[in-house]
Structure formats: C-alpha cells, structure tokens
Design a protein around this ligand. Structure first.
Ligand SMILES: Cc1cc2nc3c(=O)[nH]c(=O)nc-3n(C[C@H](O)[C@H](O)[C@H](O)COP(=O)(O)O)c2cc1C
Length: 213
C-alpha cells in the first residue's frame, strides 16, 4: 500500500533522472577507420554515425568496409569527429533510434550541412528494435523515423536495420525502463547479410563505381 502511494513519485524521479541521462552507461567504443588503399585515385566516401550503445557504430563500419571493397576510399567516423565534408564525393549517415527518434546530433548535423549534402549523393540508415519483426506496420513506423532527415536532404537511399540491445551498455535508468517497464529482451538482431547487401547496392548510387577490389 505504502509502495503504491510512492509509485508515481518513484516513476517521476526515474523520468527526471533519465532526462539527465542518470547513472552513466559503461564506456562505449567509437571506432574510427579508413578503408581503401589508393587514396589519391579513389573517390572518398564518409560514413558517419551517431550511437549510444555502440551497435550502430559496428553497422557503420560494416557498410564502410563493403563500400571500400567496391572501389571507394572510405572514412568511418563518429559524427562528433566530423569537422568538414570537403574531399568527400558522397556521404552515408547513420543513427540509432531512441524514443521514436533519430539521435539529435544527426538531425542537427544534417541541418548544419544541408547545403553541402544537397550537392552530393547522401544516404541514411537507422538501427532500431522495431525492425526486428518485418511487418508492414513496423516498416512504416521505422521509415517514418527518417522523415525529419528527408525533409532537409533527400537521400539516394535509406536503410532500416534491426539492432542490438545489451543491458550492460545502458545507463541504470535506461535498463530499468527497457528491462522492467517496457520488457524488451536483450538480443543482437543485426542481419549482417542484409547490411552488406544494402551497402553493395548503395555503392553505384553513391559513385557509380562497381569494380570489386
Ligand atoms: C532507451 C532506449 C530507447 C529506445 N527506443 C527505441 C524506439 O523508440 N524504437 C526502436 O525501434 N528502438 C528503440 N530502441 C532500440 C535501439 O534503437 C537499438 O537497441 C539500437 O541497436 C541501439 O543502437 P546503439 O547501440 O547504436 O545505441 C531503444 C533503445 C533504448 C536503450
């Protein structure tokens, strides 16, 4: 009974702590890699990502490797380390989905670089748990997450990939919400074949290059 009385207060506290990203999660690795050797000849592609728990970074890296295999020089970077788009002939931008939205740093990035991105082929991809069941409704919902980016810069393609949930990579508050309130189980649902196929098909749309190295 006493617990019931305090329950709204506890929930409010959790929400407030969550807004401040309460109890930080463990350190997340943010890989930064360069692929494709012939830097002077190859066209360069930037694959930049926004992540919270790291799974989108690994998807970005796989996309970067595949684009390099198709003949491009590729830089894979966390979005926060991108200082310029100079020297890139095409850009691929990816984000994790949290609370029904693209991470704010990617939306801000696309707004900031709107003019430059509008002049070169740009593609988006998102990594989210709603894509774990491939139904029309889920596809529509996931696709709608990308709309704020489309409103700024129309992409040549947009990939939607199922993601990964690892409680050990979440903050205390996020774990409480995801594990106990929403009840989403831990799982790694990334379909590497689908991710690689998407990158392979994307390659000619970005640069019209198709030679396998
Ligand atoms: C707090 C939180 C909120 C999330 N919200 C959504 C959501 O609204 N829709 C969705 O499809 N997936 C959601 N997810 C699942 C993530 O998008 C998925 O775990 C993704 O792989 C995370 O990417 P990251 O590891 O790069 O951060 C959420 C995950 C967490 C931890």
């Amino acid at each position: 009974m006493t617990l019931l009385l305090f329950l709204p207060l506890i929930i409010l506290l959790l929400i407030l702590l969550s807004a401040y990203n309460g109890f930080a999660s463990s350190e997340i690795e943010l890989p930064e890699n360069r692929y494709g050797e012939d830097k002077s000849v190859s066209p360069r592609i930037l694959v930049a990502y926004a992540t919270r728990a790291g799974s989108t970074a690994e998807v970005a890296d796989a996309i970067g490797k595949k684009l390099a295999q198709k003949g491009a020089g590729v830089d894979v970077k966390p979005l926060k380390n991108v200082q310029t788009l100079n020297g890139y002939q095409a850009v691929v931008l990816g984000s994790a989905i949290r609370r029904g939205a693209i991470l704010p740093e990617l939306t801000a990035f696309v707004k900031t670089y709107k003019d430059e991105l509008g002049k070169i082929p740009t593609a988006y991809f998102i990594v989210c748990m709603i894509a774990r069941e491939d139904t029309e409704k889920n596809r529509k919902t996931a696709d709608s997450y990308i709309d704020p980016l489309r409103a700024e810069v129309v992409p040549v393609d947009a990939g939607i990939f199922a993601g990964k949930l690892d409680y050990s990579k979440l903050s205390f508050i996020e774990t409480i919400i995801i594990k106990y309130i929403i009840g989403t189980p831990e799982d790694d649902l990334r379909d590497w074949q689908k991710i690689n196929d998407w990158a392979e098909n994307l390659s000619p749309k970005l640069l019209n290059i198709n030679k396998e190295k």
